[in-house]
Design a binder for this molecule. Structure first.
Ligand code: SF4
Ligand code: SF4
Ligand code: SF4
Length: 274
């Protein structure tokens, strides 16, 4: 049984996978697996971009998505036109599915599109026509020059898949598309002594989880006054700052929904005793 494996650390957002999918399927008929994809409106492979944080602490995450070729696929339930091949690919039969608009809504990921002109539901076929023709991998995999996207026998990826995640695990569909190195959240701050009008280098920063007060990470501000904590699990934290001659400073940081950037974290010198 085949799997798709995306290593997000290697994905540079080039969109090649998305572009060649269009090239392979727009205006091309690959029966019995697919009728032509329309010029616009469908993305069987789609590179999603998420801009996280704010200036000056910005990171762009790329997340390529496609049909997950689920083992427990809701789109197959009660829809005889949707079938699973022996290699694990889920195919919507373009002839049998004519007029079956309900199949579009059956995918909890939104990966099925309705072709208004042909009146059929359409999605990624895994390029089954190419595999049948002797190709070892689909077009999108072949076009990924960084090696971020791979395809092959599940057993050959067994070791790596132990650390992989799937999207929409809560849907319980047993996806066959896996992701390695999916970034967690980050906290970044620029520490500033506003009275001296300068950034503060060499301040000790400490990230403490609010629930149990465990310190999950420590670091030091660099020559630009910056501190970055990467790969932090979504949760609520307290960011502590300490440095000789300064008052201890703490700010609450909520990473449950998004990353956190603090462009100017004010740090105050201890008052001088008279
Ligand atoms: S072709 Fe590869 S590197 Fe480029 S966006 Fe797709 S997965 Fe990422
Ligand atoms: S991702 Fe959606 S369309 Fe693809 S197999 Fe799973 S349920 Fe079906
Ligand atoms: S496997 Fe083929 S149809 Fe599916 S996303 Fe890749 S190029 Fe497109």
């Amino acid at each position: 049984m085949k799997v798709f494996v995306y290593d997000l650390e290697k994905c540079n957002g080039c969109h090649n996978c998305q572009i060649v999918c269009k090239d392979e399927h727009v205006d091309n008929e690959w029966l019995p697996y697919a009728m032509p994809q329309p010029d616009t409106g469908q993305f069987w492979s789609k590179v999603e971009e998420e801009v996280c944080g704010r200036v000056p602490h910005v990171r762009v995450n790329y997340l390529p998505v496609q049909c997950n070729h689920c083992d427990d696929a809701p789109c197959m339930k009660g829809n005889p036109a949707v079938k699973k091949r022996d290699d694990g690919l889920v195919i919507i039969d373009p002839v049998e599915s004519k007029g079956e608009r309900g199949i579009v809504d059956a995918c909890p990921y939104g990966h099925i599109y309705w072709n208004e002109e042909l009146e059929i539901p359409q999605k990624c076929t895994g390029c089954a026509h190419l595999l049948d023709d002797g190709w070892e991998v689909p077009r999108c995999v072949d076009a990924c020059c960084t090696g971020a996207l791979r395809f092959g026998e599940e057993a050959d990826f067994a070791d790596e898949l132990k650390d992989a995640v799937v999207l929409g695990e809560e849907f319980g569909t047993a996806p066959r598309v896996y992701y390695l190195n999916k970034p967690e959240r980050f906290v970044a701050a620029t520490v500033v002594d506003v009275y001296a009008d300068e950034v503060v280098e060499g301040a000790t920063a400490m990230l403490q989880r609010a629930a149990d007060e465990e310190v999950v990470s420590t670091g030091e501000t660099d020559e630009f006054g910056d501190i970055w904590f990467e790969d932090v699990r979504p949760d609520v934290y307290r960011l502590w700052l300490k440095k000789d001659g300064y008052l201890d400073q703490a700010v609450d940081v909520d990473l449950t929904q998004k990353d956190c950037s603090i462009p100017e974290l004010q740090f105050f010198k201890q008052p001088v005793k008279a």
